[in-house]
Design a protein around this ligand. Structure first.
Ligand code: HPA
Length: 271
């Protein structure tokens, strides 16, 4: 708790009386949203006590505090992935800092491989539920009761109201949205054909290497969560000989980003 509090104290000294209501964590190649934040205050991760530092290519490491519409937001420019070697506690450290700063809603995006054969590259999938296939859980260990219960209910992890609102926005903006199940695993390897097949048998629609740790910790401490995946590669046909590369993931994420930004901006403005 002291570690979180020291980080919070440092940030509060900079943002003074701003209370961010909405936390934003953006996926690889999906950072455009941060340009839409007004009256920005930028705080490098490296300056914040106890904050991990982002190492992956193409990710800057800053907290950005500002406004979108009438709402005060705090966005992570660069997230921490488990595959980079961070512990679950480090990956989710910023989420608890956000909670202590006053955040009530968390919006998370990610790049994901499509498992559902109906999904095409560039599709957006609202995360309706998830399967935690990471080799761990961020809540393992002594429970911090002031954040939430030992055994959190996970039956409505992704806020149904936010999901419905996003679907409404999609209809209004003429942006097609899928709704499905995200399975998250450690990475950094992309899935073998046999793993894709297994994930599909599990009932998952998309697969990635992030989001689940942050969502578990946010949900545990009572933050309303919304997650959305950009389908950056199709993984639906195991043993077809098709391959997925990280270059493909990056290019396709950038192409779908404007649609994603429209959905998230509208959703945040309507809170
Ligand atoms: N697998 C895992 N993570 C990913 C993928 C994938 O196919 N695409 C983007 N992130």
């Amino acid at each position: 708790m002291k570690k979180y509090q020291d980080a919070v104290k440092y940030i509060k000294n900079i943002i003074i009386d701003t209370t961010p209501k909405i936390g934003i964590v953006l996926g690889s190649g999906l950072g455009l949203m941060t340009e839409k934040i007004e009256d920005k205050i930028v705080i490098p991760y490296s300056s914040i006590p106890n904050f991990p530092i982002s190492t992956v290519d193409g990710h800057d490491g800053n907290l950005i505090i500002g406004t979108i519409g009438n709402n005060s937001v705090i966005a992570m420019q660069g997230r921490f992935h488990f595959y980079e070697g961070y512990s679950m506690e480090e990956v989710t450290f910023p989420i608890r800092v956000m909670k202590l700063l006053g955040v009530e809603y968390l919006f998370v995006s990610n790049a994901a491989g499509g498992l559902n054969p109906e999904y095409k590259v560039g599709d957006l999938m609202i995360i309706e539920d998830h399967i935690n296939f990471f080799p761990g859980n961020p809540l393992r260990g002594k429970n911090e009761d002031s954040f939430g219960p030992r055994f959190p209910d996970m039956s409505k992890t992704y806020c149904p109201k936010l999901i419905n609102k996003a679907l409404e926005i999609g209809r209004h903006e003429n942006i097609k949205l899928k709704k499905g199940i995200y399975i998250g695993s450690s990475g950094p390897t992309l899935e073998t054909p046999a793993e894709y097949k297994l994930f599909r048998l599990f009932g998952a629609d998309a697969t990635g290497m992030s989001t689940i740790p942050e969502i578990i910790v946010a949900h545990h401490c009572g933050i309303s969560c919304f997650g959305i995946s950009v389908i950056t590669n199709e993984s639906a046909i195991p043993f077809s000989g098709s391959t997925s590369t990280i270059e493909e993931v990056k290019t396709n994420a950038a192409a779908a980003e404007p649609k994603l930004t429209t959905i998230l901006l509208n959703l945040i403005e309507q809170i």
